[in-house]
Write a protein that binds this ligand. Structure first.
Ligand code: SF4
Ligand code: FE
Length: 481
């Protein structure tokens, strides 16, 4: 059975990569205290897939090989698969309380599966077979794959071909019998360092004359010419300090990488789009649709943990029975479950593509993500309300540990019977971490900009709003010709 254990996954990513952090080259990144929580998070995916209780959600039977595979490498074969995907993401959000990074490649594969099929039908290319071959390797080896979409985009008022620096959008700079050579950069790359491979896609719908930018391919994340720079996150250096109390979520974390492609060679057999501008927009939209569906699962799982933290700190503060506290917890739950409803709804209304795989409902997936750009902020605001000001005025762990002042902090921060100052510290720092610290990247800013900024969803919603049909409804009722 092609399922890696968490330990096998860890061993498999121990490879030399070209990584920088704080201006320095990083060796053996898997031992780095800032990186390690993000690896623990991915290991949790591999761990849960081994546990009987979660197998139905965490694994699936491959339609390509008939083998049981990790669901993160599955191509959806039904609306039930789409629903299970969202449930799996909620579960992982609950278990890690951060971005677990493996969905981007998952969503890319599901988008590319149907787009490559349709390209072949139109252009008589063989992208679909190539991609299937590539993906069977991913399934059989239980590989983690990133999806690389976002270019740096240079001057936003100019098209890719008109940029003063052509590398503002990743593009083909040379082609020969064996393959292509590409240059450019991809930013906001969730989990790129922790991934074995990445699938690169265009970042927008391309036009005539922009064929070199309409390129999609698979690449090993440590391929020659790739440089990674580790993305900074708020309060990240707390992970370098002694003690773990001030970190908040000290076990798990997300990871964002700035990736530069400098003359990277891609062999022919790993190219899945080369110049087919007409399909660039389709690939972008289908990937974005799948990833917007994902947010109706992952952010809900993290929301569950944040609501739990808000309830727990209310208990520790002795305020849990106040009616306004109870009502705020209800409001947080209502908002969180509304997001989940969107994730489940766009999955339930999924449909079959000509290639045979299932895709979510595009309009509802965009409505889902649009809500995600708002509700986690309100849930976070309410969590801060319930936590009280102490989340941002509390002394450090070093003070709590100090023989001289520690007992004083203990004395004044002790609240109810059974709630020690250390537990209160833990929960307060956890809420701080999720709303203002490292984890706020996954829970807040990523809710805003991940899978496309709010305006991108509004464009998709406006395209599918079908106002003409809605006007017809009025005319029919009012007997207007
Ligand atoms: Fe997965 Fe959510 Fe992270 Fe995207 S933001 S990779 S959907 S956990
Ligand atoms: Fe994301």
């Amino acid at each position: 059975m092609p399922l890696k254990t968490p330990e096998e996954y860890l061993e498999s990513i121990k490879r030399p990569v070209n990584l920088y952090m704080f201006g320095e080259k990083v060796e053996d990144f898997w031992n780095h205290p800032i990186v390690r929580p993000s690896i623990n998070t991915v290991m949790k995916i591999y761990e849960l897939a081994q546990i009987d209780e979660y197998k139905d959600i965490m694994t699936a039977r491959s339609h390509l090989t008939g083998e049981i595979i990790n669901r993160f490498t599955h191509i959806h074969q039904s609306t039930d698969d789409l629903i299970k995907k969202v449930k799996m993401q909620r579960l992982l959000g609950q278990k890690t309380s951060c971005c677990f990074q493996r969905c981007v490649g998952f969503d890319t594969a599901n988008a590319l599966y149907s787009v490559s099929y349709e390209m072949d039908k139109k252009y008589k290319t063989n992208y679909h077979e190539r991609f299937k071959k590539y993906w069977i390797e991913v399934q059989n080896q239980d590989l983690m794959v990133d999806g690389a979409m976002t270019d740096t985009k240079g001057d936003r008022s100019k098209r890719p071909k008109d940029q003063p620096d052509p590398d503002a959008y990743l593009h083909i700079i040379e082609e020969n019998d064996k393959g292509i050579i590409v240059s450019g950069a991809k930013v906001h790359q969730t989990g790129f360092l922790n991934s074995h491979r990445a699938i690169v896609m265009p970042t927008l719908r391309l036009r005539e004359g922009e064929e070199p930018y309409a390129v999609s391919f698979g690449i090993d994340t440590n391929a020659k010419g790739i440089t990674m720079i580790y993305g900074r996150q708020s309060c990240d250096t707390r992970k370098l300090e002694d003690g773990k109390l001030d970190i908040g979520n000290f076990k798990y974390g997300g990871q964002e990488i700035f990736v530069i492609f400098d003359n990277v060679f891609v062999p022919k057999e790993d190219i899945f789009m080369k110049g087919e501008i007409e399909y660039s927009g389709e690939l972008v939209n289908r990937f974005a649709g799948f990833h917007r569906q994902s947010y109706g699962g992952c952010k809900v799982g993290v929301g569950d943990v944040l609501i739990g933290a808000a309830a727990l700190i209310s208990e520790y503060n002795g305020t849990e029975n106040a009616s306004h506290i109870k009502d705020k917890l209800v409001e947080m739950t209502h908002l969180n479950e509304t997001l989940y409803s969107c994730g489940i709804a766009c999955s339930s209304l999924g449909f079959k593509r000509e290639a045979g795989n299932y895709e979510m409902d595009m309009l509802l997936a965009n409505v889902c993500k649009q809500n995600v750009t708002r509700f986690p902020y309100e849930i976070g605001r309410l969590a801060e309300d319930l936590a009280g000001g102490m989340i941002c005025t509390m002394p450090s762990q070093a003070d709590l540990d100090s023989e001289k002042i520690g007992p004083l902090i203990e004395k004044y921060l002790t609240t109810c019977e059974g709630a020690c100052a250390e537990d209160r510290y833990k929960v307060l720092r956890f809420i701080e971490n999720l709303t203002m610290g490292v984890a706020s990247v996954s829970y807040r800013t990523e809710s805003m900009h991940g899978a496309g900024s709010p305006q991108a969803q509004r464009i998709m919603i406006s395209r599918q709003a079908n106002l003409e049909d809605k006007k017809k409804l009025v005319k029919e009722i009012l007997e207007i010709e």
